[in-house]
Design a protein around this ligand. Structure first.
Ligand code: SF4
Length: 193
């Protein structure tokens, strides 16, 4: 059995909801790792690949321990929009995810496998070195890479930094995303029980 926990992407009806803050999201993911460790069922997240980063940090793997070109040892890359996943909507449009409604083709005219393998959008989404902002500079980008759907929903750019992540790569001095709407103030020191 598996518990799959969705983190908000502000599209569709979700656009009317307030997100938790990045710090609160990290605290929730830390709690989810504890649930995963202590339960008979597995826990995974959807639209929150930084769950991998939180898990590695809990195991004592910090940014200095990660080869940014290869990623942490013995860690599978995450499945993300356009990378291990494609979505076909009700009119046949092929998009990287149901939460990233940018068509790269249509199954009425295009071969689904070709769209997945060769379309410019899908190829760019799979290139972790093409990511922008702090996700592109991040030591954990090969196992995380951020939610491309959330980056697209908030900025219009599917390669932008994921605004739900508080991690700042070592030595990174570029822009950080604006904070998402929060759950009632700074929650950096709150714990999830
Ligand atoms: S900065 Fe981006 S790539 Fe790095 S952990 Fe956060 S979401 Fe993942």
């Amino acid at each position: 059995m598996r518990w799959s926990v969705f983190f908000l992407v502000p599209v569709g009806r979700g656009a009317t909801l307030d997100s938790v803050s990045p710090e609160r999201a990290d605290a929730v993911m830390d709690w989810l790792h504890r649930v995963d460790d202590e339960s008979s069922f597995a826990v995974k997240t959807t639209e929150a690949p930084q769950y991998r980063r939180v898990g590695l940090e809990n195991e004592g793997v910090g940014p200095a321990d990660v080869d940014p070109e290869r990623g942490p040892p013995a860690t599978r890359p995450s499945v993300r929009a356009g990378d291990g996943f494609a979505f076909v909507n009700h009119v046949g449009d092929v998009t990287p995810s149901g939460f990233l409604p940018e068509p790269a083709g249509n199954v009425r005219e295009d071969d689904l496998v070709e769209v997945y393998r060769e379309s410019d959008l899908f190829e760019r989404l799979r290139d972790r070195d093409a990511l922008g902002g702090k996700c592109g500079a991040c030591e954990f980008r090969r196992v995380c890479g951020g939610s491309r759907s959330r980056a697209y929903a908030v900025t219009g750019d599917p390669l932008a930094a994921d605004p739900l992540c508080p991690h700042v790569p070592v030595g990174y001095d570029g822009p950080v995303p604006d904070r998402l709407a929060t759950d009632g103030g700074d929650t950096a020191d709150r714990t999830v029980d």
